[in-house]
Design a protein around this ligand. Structure first.
Ligand code: HEM
Ligand SMILES: [Cu+2]
Length: 625
């Protein structure tokens, strides 16, 4: 079957090698790889920031960092890990895997997809340039007013106010793309209740982003206006209200934590059945509990404000809803354990990280429930107990889940198998390092150690456990080096993987490894949840899975496509539009410096306009050299 891009129909062959082809690509797989590589690099940056923090706190009276430097580091650590590492790694998996899981050839809006990626990348680079241009945001990742609206000689929190907006636009763009793709481009027969759970959790995550990002955008604009135009949205003395910022931030912020963990939950819902050789236990319950978490996630934001002086009635309401979220979360955990139970387990690295996810997430979830108890939270708030809690769910949860996904799907992306021995070293070092870093923080927090404090005196009993936590964080660092070495080594000389190395269940394993630019030579007709298993195995009278005779498949197995396959053409307008928008954003960051700011704003807007007009008017005949 002939595969052409629209431009090829007109005798042009896109070059797929070289930097230029990456700068102009609109292929979801390549965009996924670029998100993945960027996220890994930024995870390392966020990790190095964390190691500096841990060195400073390894013992009492740390002297490595000044208070000012410390404030910038933990603020940027939080922002980097959330917006530049965990969110883009989710986007990496979603970009690469969603079209493959639903039997589509690409996403609905390929150029918007490229635009979202470049906006994310340039937005993060602008945020990080703050290190070299006057100092980084230092008001914590939560940016509480009036600390964040204080006008100083630095523009630090303007980077925050504008930078997060740009990343928000990128997230909304890719979320709209995923929703349009999943609802309109599934292979024939793939009903919603035959969709893999990872794709389902991506639907929920995309809606969470589209509904929550605009809320913080309003808050960020008000912060920017208070800082640069003398408005008083958050000025209590001028009938503004600093609590308004906290409400706007957490109406976004709490759904945001589910944006970070639901994709990882989707991934282990793929790996656990494959490596237990059993269908996912309670598929529908796993799907609907994810949807329930999405809904309830919008009703708990004020549990972050139990010490902000809200009325007891409001507090109790938010406390109860917060406890309620434990129910759908528990349903998922029981269904994962139900899947493993009685299964024929393959304890490879992907499975170890998947089981590690469940165990660590349970610990994080349980401390989460203790936060819902208002009097207890009053003690725990802003202490290291809270820092422990969210690292158990974000590192032990999200990060472990995504790493399980790399060990599961990298053979599909590269056609090569990761080394299992190095994988096991990675897992056990990370598991040990992680628990040694964040386990003791529960004790430190209950012993009164506050977060966001650049040093502590002797004699408060915090020395030993801080020392342990610092050792643990370096063990995490070593485990990540083992992982990176494994990936690099595999790219060079990994063993061939073949199309279906895990004898897996879902459609993505039906195509080659790596997949061709058009994903499938022939689009499969889907009749079952776990379609591929049903093409390989029947069920005997005892209900056991028995291999089907070779070549046996229910007809029609594939879609008949007359007239060849058309793929979207490379384009350079998305990167131009993204560059223009970020330049205009940088102009706003430097608004207070007069002509420089205005100049960048105008030039950026002009470049963006060029990009958008070119994109809209792009003749499909243009040769993108
Ligand atoms: C991998 C190793 C990591 C280590 C050793 C680490 C360590 C720390 C420490 C010590 C703090 C507290 C700083 C303070 O309050 O003074 C902190 C804060 C934080 N971390 Fe991590 N972290 C790691 C990974 C992550 C990841 C993967 C995420 C997110 C997805 C994350 C998100 C955060 C956030 C949001 C804060 C709060 C920052 C703030 O208070 O504004 N961390 N981290
Ligand atoms: Cu919350």
């Amino acid at each position: 079957m002939a595969v052409t891009t629209l431009t090829e129909d007109l005798g042009y062959t896109p070059n797929t090698d070289g930097v230029w082809s990456w700068l102009t690509t609109v292929d979801h797989k390549r965009i996924g790889i670029m998100y993945g590589v960027s996220a890994l690099v930024f995870f390392i940056v966020g990790g190095l920031e964390a190691l500096l923090i841990r060195i400073q706190l390894a013992g009492p009276n740390g002297t490595l960092l000044s208070a000012d430097a410390y404030n910038q580091l933990f603020t940027m650590h939080g922002i980097t890990m959330i917006f530049a590492a965990i969110m883009p790694v989710a986007a990496a998996f979603q970009n690469y895997m969603i079209p493959l899981q639903i039997g589509a050839r690409d996403v609905a809006f390929p150029r918007l997809n490229a635009f979202s990626f470049w906006l994310f990348l340039f937005g993060v680079l602008m945020l990080m340039s703050s290190f070299f241009l006057g100092g980084s945001p230092d008001g914590a990742w939560t940016g509480y007013a009036n600390l964040s609206t204080q006008v100083t000689e630095f523009v630090r929190m303007d980077y925050y106010a504008i930078g997060l907006q740009l990343l928000g636009v990128a997230s909304i763009g890719s979320s709209a793309n995923f929703i349009a793709t999943i609802f309109t481009m599934r292979a024939p027969g793939m009903t919603m209740m035959r969709m893999p759970v990872f794709t389902w959790m991506s639907v929920v995550t995309s809606f969470l982003l589209i509904l929550s990002m605009p809320v913080i955008s309003v808050g960020l604009w008000q912060m920017f206006l208070d800082r640069n135009f003398g408005t008083v949205f958050y000025e209590a003395q001028a009938s503004g209200d600093p609590l308004l910022w906290q409400h706007l931030f957490w109406v976004f912020g709490h759904p945001e934590v589910y944006v970070l963990v639901l994709p990882a939950m989707g991934i282990i819902s793929e790996t656990l059945p494959t490596f237990s050789r059993k269908p996912l236990f309670g598929y529908a319950f796993v799907v609907f509990s994810g949807i329930a978490i999405g809904f309830l996630g919008f009703g708990v934001w004020a549990h972050h404000m139990f010490t902000a002086g809200l009325s007891p009635v409001a507090e109790v309401g938010f406390g109860i809803v917060t406890m309620l979220i434990a129910v759908p979360t528990g349903v998922k955990i029981f269904n994962w354990i139900g899947t493993i139970w009685g299964g024929k387990l393959t304890l490879n690295t992907s499975m170890l990280f998947s089981i590690g996810f469940i165990a660590m997430f349970i610990i994080g979830g349980l401390s989460g429930v203790t936060h819902a108890v208002i009097p207890a939270d009053t003690q725990q708030h802003d202490s290291y107990y809270v820092v422990a809690h969210f690292h158990y769910v974000l590192v032990g949860g999200s990060a472990f889940g995504f790493i399980a996904g790399v060990y599961y799907w990298l053979p599909k992306w590269t056609g090569k198998m990761l080394n299992e021995t190095l994988g096991k070293w990675h897992f056990w070092l990370m598991f040990l390092g992680f628990n040694l870093t964040f386990g003791p923080m529960h004790i430190l927090g209950l012993n009164g150690m506050p977060r966001r404090t650049y040093r502590y005196p002797e004699g408060l009993g915090w020395e030993f456990w801080n020392g342990m936590a610092t050792i643990g964080s370096f063990i995490i660092g070593v485990s990540m080096l083992v992982f990176i070495w494994n990936v690099i080594n595999t790219r060079r000389k990994g063993l061939p993987a073949g199309n279906d190395p895990w004898d897996a269940r879902t459609v993505e394993w039906m195509t080659t490894s790596p997949p061709p630019i058009h994903n499938f030579d022939r689009v499969p007709v889907v009749r079952h949840l776990d379609e591929l298993w049903h093409r390989k195995y029947g069920v005997d009278e005892e209900g056991r899975a028995v291999p089907l005779p070779d070549g046996y498949v229910e007809e029609p197995a594939f879609v008949e496509e007359a007239g060849g396959i058309h793929m979207p053409s490379p384009s350079y307008y998305p990167i131009i539009a993204a560059f223009g928008l970020v330049t205009a954003g940088a102009g706003l960051v430097f608004w207070s410096s007069g002509i420089l700011g205005v100049g960048m704003l105008v030039i950026g807007a002009a470049i963006m306009l060029w990009g958008v007009v070119g994109w809209a008017a792009e003749p499909i005949t243009r040769e993108a050299h």
